[in-house]
Design a protein around this ligand. Structure first.
Ligand code: ZN
Length: 340
């Protein structure tokens, strides 16, 4: 076997990344306004509001100011806003990863290309989890039982919250701490009582789930991790050429050229085989992205419509809390008088 003749072919995955980014370009260009109200005013009423929505009892919960009740009504539109926000954030993140991977493939940097493709798998996994969670049976139930009721019953709120805000760090502590003396442990995020738990997603669970749609996703992801971390992937990916030669004594001599240049893993047949299999799976994942985002888009539109219907009923019931020129509680961005 002439090992020197093999090299990694990036063409297929590049073509697929190009097709996705071209198709997603128009949607990523449209800006998305993500609206919400201050949680400080809304949260104290949120729990009793949840009961109020669920019970169907007339009148708002007692013991809260009109301002606080009004804020918590606006806050009900948060989930629809978050789903739409996630769709836009996630699509843009995939788009930027795809574009970045294309340009680093063109530059010949394998470390950056493979690291970006790994990042793309993570974003695709999360998008697929949210997509499948928002699939039609859920939406049918929401139409039947009421949007907010179903939202509370399922753990969609937590999934979306974590997908948008998931973190390992306490950002408030970080802002006020001296990084040179702080202990990393003290700056890590701890869930707070009565607030949504936004501990970062266990991304491996989502990658495993993506495997149902694209078999092999997890193995491909694990292979790409070797290039993101300073593992053996760095040695592989900085090698411009590898060769072996047997001398007259039967000793096999192995050489690697480590240099800047096109990194195509030439001469390393096993490695080319492994990476070709991983890239083929990344290509399949990328091919699924448009459908994943188009499903998410449809779900988001439907959720926004369901929320609007529900919030306009609330607006009618609580007419004394909203002036004609106030923003509509469905958070469409239109005023009460213009939002129908
Ligand atoms: Zn409205």
């Amino acid at each position: 076997m002439d090992d020197n003749s093999v090299s990694l072919d990036w063409k297929c995955v590049r073509a697929s990344l190009e097709a996705f980014s071209e198709a997603a370009f128009n949607s990523t260009r449209r800006s998305c306004t993500f609206r919400m109200v201050s949680q400080a005013q809304a949260v104290p009423v949120a729990n009793s509001m949840a009961d109020w929505f669920g019970s169907g009892k007339p009148g708002a919960p007692s013991g809260h100011s009109n301002g606080a009740i009004r804020a918590s009504i606006y806050n009900q539109s948060l989930y629809a806003q978050q789903i739409n926000g996630f769709l836009h954030v996630s699509r843009l993140a995939c788009y930027e990863h795809a574009k970045g991977a294309i340009s680093s493939i063109d530059e010949g940097s394998a470390i950056v290309s493979l690291s970006l493709l790994r990042g793309l798998i993570e974003r695709a996994s999360l998008a697929e989890t949210v997509r499948s969670k928002l699939s039609s049976p859920w939406r049918e139930k929401a139409k039947e039982k009421g949007f907010h009721e179903v939202f509370y019953e399922t753990n969609i709120a937590e999934l979306i919250g974590k997908s948008l805000y998931g973190t390992r760090m306490d950002w408030q502590k970080l802002a006020s701490s001296d990084f040179t003396t702080a202990k990393a442990r003290e700056l890590s995020y701890e869930p707070k009582e009565k607030f949504m738990d936004v501990s970062a997603n266990q991304i491996l669970n989502h990658v495993d789930k993506l495997g149902k749609r694209v078999p092999g996703s997890r193995v491909a992801y694990d292979v790409l991790c070797e290039f993101l971390h300073p593992n053996v992937g760095d040695l592989f990916a900085t090698t411009t050429h590898a060769a072996s030669r047997m001398d007259a004594w039967g000793t096999r001599h192995l050489t690697r050229e480590i240099s800047l240049g096109r990194h195509e893993f030439s001469g390393a047949k096993d490695l080319v085989d492994c990476l070709s299999k991983a890239l083929e799976i990344v290509r399949s994942i990328t091919d699924e992205l448009l459908e994943i985002f188009s499903d998410l888009d449809a779900s988001s539109k439907e959720v926004i419509a369901l929320n609007k219907k529900s919030m306009h009923r609330v607006r009618k019931r609580q007419a004394h809390l909203f002036n004609r020129n106030d923003l509509c509680p469905c958070l469409s961005g239109l005023t009460v008088k213009n939002c129908n």
